[in-house]
Ligand binder design. Structure first.
Ligand SMILES: *Cc1c(COP(=O)(O)O)cnc(C)c1O
Length: 387
């Protein structure tokens, strides 16, 4: 990566701000377990976890034991909830890494119990109930029987019950209320007064849009990373969030071509006039999807400049004809602000015909990631090879 004139800047202060948006929405009684699965949606789980511990996070959610291991190896001791990795073979890692698995399958509990018994240890876990997501979890009616069996399994300590919202981004719909009602019912049946188990349902959309789903602890993900969970109905600004990612590159070449010149793979784009075409050293291997062709813009010298032709693996072309001041080495912003202009993960998601989550998760592993704070603000600490 050395010298690559393309990188991501991740604003930890903005993530902490967004964390406080979730925390303030939830009140003091509710614990916050930020979701930092998939390397914190591609933005770097370790520095983000460290910043969020400082900010008061009570623990974290990950999807895989591999993700938990990265955090433990970095010295993060906070509680870790393992959302979806309870498959055969990971029992030892669950014990070694001291993670709290989410149980959605009884055979998994028996496997874990056997190992815990053999080693003389105890694992705390949560049980997942399907209140309407229809993807994972025990049916609500089965919960009392499951709890009975769990009580008889040594080495397991059931501490919580959780469920996942299917339609919380729909602010008007009734689905979330039905899920919540079923959750309350299930807990009541399972637990009498409901006092024993800690309960969790809310993702970002639940936290911001459905206050009653906050329960004992919340699991915000996307809102931390600066996108509204209600996008495209709402955007980050309306939800009081701050953008987190800036994606910067620099022009590596500018070519002048006659009108009628076909450009790039498939000759999909043909110039209509004498053109100055800039080349950016980023492509779909970095997470700029091929389907942004004919739709995407980038920012340079405070202008919006259109992407032209097909995005290739490592290179992308832009039309600079109207911007003679732009030269080789000029900084180009793919995500973030430049002057009055701004391109966020939400806008990029519409070009990619997807949601902000996927834009973030697809940011290429080969992009260097720099984590910045107030003392180390955006855009100031990286010399480009052209400077
Ligand atoms: C990913 C995930 C979340 C976070 O969802 P966001 O929409 O990003 O807030 C919460 N809970 C579970 C079970 C998840 O898998």
């Amino acid at each position: 990566m050395e010298g690559r004139p393309t990188w991501l800047e991740i604003d930890l202060d903005a993530i902490v701000h967004n964390f406080h948006v979730a925390k303030q929405a939830s009140g003091d009684q509710t614990a916050v377990f930020p979701v930092i699965k998939a390397n914190a949606y591609g933005l770097g789980a370790v520095p983000i976890a460290q910043a969020l511990i400082q900010a008061g996070a009570n623990g974290f959610c990950v999807a895989l034991v591999e993700e938990a291991r990265v955090l433990r190896q970095a010295g993060i001791e906070a509680p870790l909830v393992l959302l979806s990795g309870f498959t055969p073979g990971v029992e030892q890692a669950i014990i070694d890494l001291d993670v709290q698995p989410v149980l959605f399958e009884m055979e998994a509990a028996r496997r874990l119990s056997r190992l815990c018994t053999a080693l003389g240890v105890e694992v705390s876990l949560h049980i997942k109930v399907d209140t309407g997501m229809g993807r994972m979890g025990f049916a609500a009616v089965k919960i009392p029987a499951i709890l009975e069996e769990l009580e008889r399994l040594p080495g397991l300590r059931l501490i919580g019950i959780l469920s996942h919202l299917a339609c919380a981004d729909d602010l008007a719909g009734t689905q979330t209320a039905s899920q919540l009602a079923l959750m309350h019912n299930t807990v009541k049946q399972a637990d009498g007064d409901g006092g024993g188990l800690i309960r969790s349902m809310a993702n970002s959309a639940g936290v911001l849009g459905h206050p009653a789903t906050r329960l004992d602890w919340i699991r915000p993900g996307i809102l931390l990373y600066g996108a509204s969970p209600f996008f495209p109905e709402r955007s980050w600004k309306q939800d009081g969030l701050r953008p987190v990612v800036r994606w910067v590159t620099h022009l590596v070449a500018i070519r002048e071509v006659a009108a009628g010149t076909p450009l790039g793979y498939g000759h999909d784009f043909v110039t209509r006039r004498f053109s100055r075409i800039g080349v950016l050293p980023v492509g779909y291997a970095d997470g700029l999807s091929r389907c942004v062709q004919n739709r995407a813009w980038v920012l340079t010298h405070q202008h919006r400049v259109p992407v032209v032709g097909r995005v290739s693996m490592d290179l992308t072309m832009v039309d600079l004809t109207d911007f003679p001041e732009v030269s080789t080495g000029s900084r180009v912003t793919l995500l973030g602000e430049e002057g009055q202009e701004f391109i966020g993960v939400e806008e990029m998601a519409t070009w990619m015909e997807t949601i902000p989550y996927e834009v973030l998760c697809r940011l290429g592993a080969r992009l260097p990631r720099y984590h910045l704070t107030a003392n180390k603000p955006f855009g100031t600490h990286f010399a480009t090879p052209f400077a």
